[in-house]
Design a binder for this molecule. Structure first.
Ligand code: PEP
Ligand code: MG
Length: 602
């Protein structure tokens, strides 16, 4: 701690709460290098093969990256060609294999030794330009080391103490590896409110700030850091006064949340007697306990792809079946909406087909990917249908449906699977309800045509906002344009609900908007039947529903739907919630969902 010269960094607060602790900078690209001696000749042969496989894998990666180069930039592809040559350079390749064979060293250590030698050679080079090329050797070496370690993106599991993790970027796969008990908070240079890392941080109740752009360059491991996961403020090496202020905020927030959690098990009924279902979004089975503890009435969204992210292989049908059955049994008689795989875009696995897509969010993703890889899709559908037989509470949810044709294709595969199970006399849930995510604007436009084909709609506002406002939900540069209150978004939600209700279908909102207390009056007024959110948000949302009048919310929504900009709507909304719910927003300034200055000094 310093008496002066604290550094402030600003980002977007994506998971509220205050964390205070030592920073741990994830050196992305750097992996730990184990050392061990191989026991016998067979182990040596196996280790050489492991090294060769890793080199071949990197070679393939480099080739794939090279193919991505725009034709006009093709002359720069020589850098990658150089990297490919370095990979097989005898000074590195032969030398490493020699060390594995002669000294019985493990591949990582042997490669490290070879790289050190190359470094020494480069030091003697006169020419500045050539000397700087050692960086290429390092890059290549790191690629092979990462491949050997099996973790292409960092090594979160090696953290040994409770820290605030600082990183340039965290993939959903990295985030899914977080050790909850050792992660006090997250500070990430990239991302936005609805990038999946932010979603997981909220589910795990880890205060997080993203889109800082520079935190990983400013913060060093060991620095004392305060992060305010609501306002997006990060203070590096705080002053005494800042530290004691934030300790007080931390206490006050915890007390408030403890108090409202006590009532979270009651139904969410408005003052004028209208009940709204409040459900949980989960990514992993482990979150079921938190969902129930926080008062979730059911699982509104299980993002099944997360179970697959950190695996080398697609789990067997049996493994999936056991996972889904366990979840259903844990939640029974409450329902569980199991969404089929939403892989692609930022959620890629090591075993899934690698796709070279310039624009993955608009590419082969979610249901499209499943329809292309029918075996994968069918394996999952079989596991889901079978698991449904156990407790009868599983409902199926297809992601990213863009129109009736696609939905019919998905349903045809589902019917094939049902037929197969029937003919093999394998028990499954014959009456499992089927719903779709409404998250593509075209689905809103044809909601009346989709409705007769399904049992329920679930509006995914994260993607619906991304696609209707044409902004990448994970791109920090356009994060300011991510506006849930944009009149287009509100009209889309209203349109979907109206069409669904005419067809007597229930509608859930399961995007992050549903877990944001500020939007409760809007979603109530838009007449959604249920709201599904990260489990930690449930007590606050339920508390606000119970203190609202549905009639007032409907009038309010009628008024704001006549407005032209998100700013005008936001202003009126904030004024209203501050007046009606001063206790709730005493801690969270709805302007930026920022903790307010509840104590005299900041
Ligand atoms: C959404 O898009 O709102 C949604 C809930 O799905 P995901 O965040 O997993 O894309
Ligand atoms: Mg989505």
């Amino acid at each position: 701690m310093k008496e002066s010269a604290a550094t402030d960094i600003r980002g977007i607060g994506v998971s509220p709460g205050v964390a205070i602790g030592k920073a741990h900078l994830l050196e992305q690209g750097q992996v730990a290098i184990p050392f061990y001696k191989l026991r016998n000749g067979a182990a040596v042969v196996a280790e050489v093969e492991r090294f060769e496989r890793a080199v071949a894998e990197v070679e393939k990666d480099l080739e794939a990256i090279k193919q991505k180069f725009h034709p006009e930039l093709i002359e720069h592809a020589h850098i990658l060609e150089a990297h490919q040559l370095i990979l097989r350079d005898p000074q590195i390749y032969d030398q490493t294999i020699g060390l594995i064979r002669d000294q019985r060293l493990n591949a990582q250590w042997a490669l490290k030794q070879a790289l050190i030698k190359v470094h020494d050679l480069f030091k003697t080079v006169e020419d500045d330009y050539l000397r700087a090329r050692v960086k290429d050797v390092d890059d290549v070496g790191q690629r092979v080391l990462r491949s050997l370690a099996g973790f292409p993106n960092g090594i979160i599991q090696e953290i040994r103490e409770r820290v605030i993790i600082v990183a340039r970027d965290l993939s959903p796969a990295d985030t899914a590896q977080l050790q909850l008990e050792r992660t006090l908070g997250l500070v990430i240079d990239m991302g936005g409110r609805t990038s999946h890392t932010s979603i997981i941080a909220r589910s795990l109740n880890i205060p997080a700030v993203v889109a800082t752009e520079k935190a990983s360059r400013v913060i060093r491991s060991g620095d004392l850091v305060i992060i305010d996961g609501a306002s997006g403020k990060v203070i590096v090496n705080p002053t005494e006064a800042q530290l004691s202020y934030y300790y007080e905020v931390q206490d006050a927030l915890e007390n408030y949340l403890k108090q409202i959690r006590r009532q979270a098990h009651l139904p969410a009924r408005t003052l004028d007697g209208h009940t709204v279902r409040v459900e949980a979004n989960i990514e992993l089975l482990e979150e079921v306990v938190a969902s129930r503890d926080n008062g979730a009435e059911s699982i509104g969204l299980y993002r099944t792809e997360f179970f697959l992210l950190n695996r080398d292989h697609l789990p067997s049908e049996e493994t999936l079946y056991n996972e889904y059955r366990e979840l259903a049994e844990l939640m029974a008689p409450r329902s569980v909406n199991l969404r089929t795989l939403d892989l692609g875009a930022e959620k890629m696995t090591r075993w899934a087909p690698r796709l070279d897509q310039a624009n993955p969010a608009l590419g082969l993703r979610a249901i499209r990917l499943c329809l292309h890889h029918k075996d994968l899709f069918k394996t999952q559908l079989r596991a889901i249908l079978r698991a449904g037989a156990a407790a009868g509470n599983i409902r199926l949810l297809f992601p990213l449906i863009s129109g009736v044709g696609e939905l019919l294709q998905a349903k045809a595969v589902l019917n094939e699977v049902r037929e197969e199970l029937r003919s093999r006399r394998i028990p499954f849930d014959e009456r499992m309800k089927v719903g779709i995510m409404i998250e593509v604007p075209s689905a809103v436009a044809v909601a009346d045509l989709l409705a007769p084909e399904v049992d329920f709609f679930s509006i995914g506002t994260n993607d619906l906002i991304q696609y209707s406002l044409a902004i990448d939900r994970g791109n920090e540069h356009v994060a300011y344009l991510y506006e849930p209150l944009h009149p287009a978004v509100l009209r889309f939600i209203r349109q979907t609900v109206e069409v669904a209700h005419r067809a007597r279908l229930p509608v859930t909102v399961c995007g992050e908007m549903a877990g944001e207390p500020l939007y409760v009056p809007i979603l109530l007024g838009l007449k959604v039947d249920s709201m599904s959110m990260n489990p930690q948000a449930i007590p606050r949302v339920k508390n606000l529903i119970c203190r609202s009048r549905l009639e007032d919310c409907r009038h309010f929504v009628d008024t704001i739907l006549g407005m032209r900009t998100a700013q005008e709507i936001g202003f009126l909304l904030r004024t209203m919630v501050l007046r009606n719910f001063p206790e709730e927003f005493k801690f969270f300034d709805p302007d930026a969902l920022t903790p307010k200055e509840i104590f005299s000094k900041a």
